[in-house]
Design a protein around this ligand. Structure first.
Ligand code: SAM
Length: 199
């Protein structure tokens, strides 16, 4: 993505919301373009008919999704922060955003019947207590299509902390195949992607 496509207010808006809601925002800056591209490759978003994004924030991954997504694909973004949702809706008018916690949003909508081919998470898992990690994955993963792909990033190093190890173990207990990608060193902090598949 050319740098100009990204909204110039993205980073300040993100930092402002981090200062207000640090427990849920979980990062001081939006993800980098390099991490967004890796998330797209790993998830197969360009082939997906139905895409779910968790925690789009200021749209770092949403922008990349919008660029690669099929014209006939359906997209749903679930974001708990109202200020972010207000910013996302006018910027991506063809995409649907709901303000809700990913642990509670009802995903059984007919538009997405058959499940999501790609679930792209921007959630700060290591900042979450285990019951919230379980509640979100328990609400979302049943809606991953049989050959679908769940991707989420982890900050390198943080994945070795108790919350990070707990999250990986939980993911591996719920999905039969979980792999990891290379590290994007230019991301702040450096990050890699967990790729989970049902089959
Ligand atoms: C680390 S930020 C990532 C934002 C963006 N995806 C990126 O990579 O730049 C985490 C995002 O998840 C959102 N979030 C946190 N808890 C959530 C929840 N339970 N349900 C939905 N969104 C949540 C936050 O408001 C924030 O936008």
């Amino acid at each position: 993505m050319p740098a100009s496509i990204r909204t110039p207010m993205s980073a300040p808006a993100f930092l402002r919301e981090f200062l207000r809601n640090w427990k849920t925002v979980g990062a001081v800056a939006p993800s980098s373009r390099g991490l967004a591209e890796l998330m797209m490759q790993a998830s197969g978003a360009s082939q997906a008919a139905r895409i779910l994004e968790l925690g789009p924030g200021t749209g770092a991954f949403t922008q990349a999704i919008a660029e690669v997504m099929r014209p006939d694909a359906a997209y749903l973004g679930v974001e708990v922060n109202e200020a972010f949702v207000q910013q996302l809706r006018p910027r991506f008018p063809r995409m649907r955003f709901e303000q809700a916690g990913a642990q509670e949003f009802d995903l059984t909508t007919p538009e997405f019947g058959g499940g999501f081919d790609a679930i792209i998470s921007g959630l700060p898992w290591t900042a979450f207590p285990e019951p919230l990690q379980q509640a979100i994955l328990g609400n979302v993963l049943p809606h991953l299509a049989p050959n679908g792909c769940f991707v989420t990033f982890a900050y390198f190093g943080f994945h070795q902390l108790p919350g990070g190890r707990r999250f990986r173990a939980l993911l591996e207990s719920l999905l039969p195949k979980v792999t990891t990608t290379r590290v994007v060193w230019a991301n702040v902090p450096p990050a890699f992607v967990y790729v989970g598949r049902k089959a």
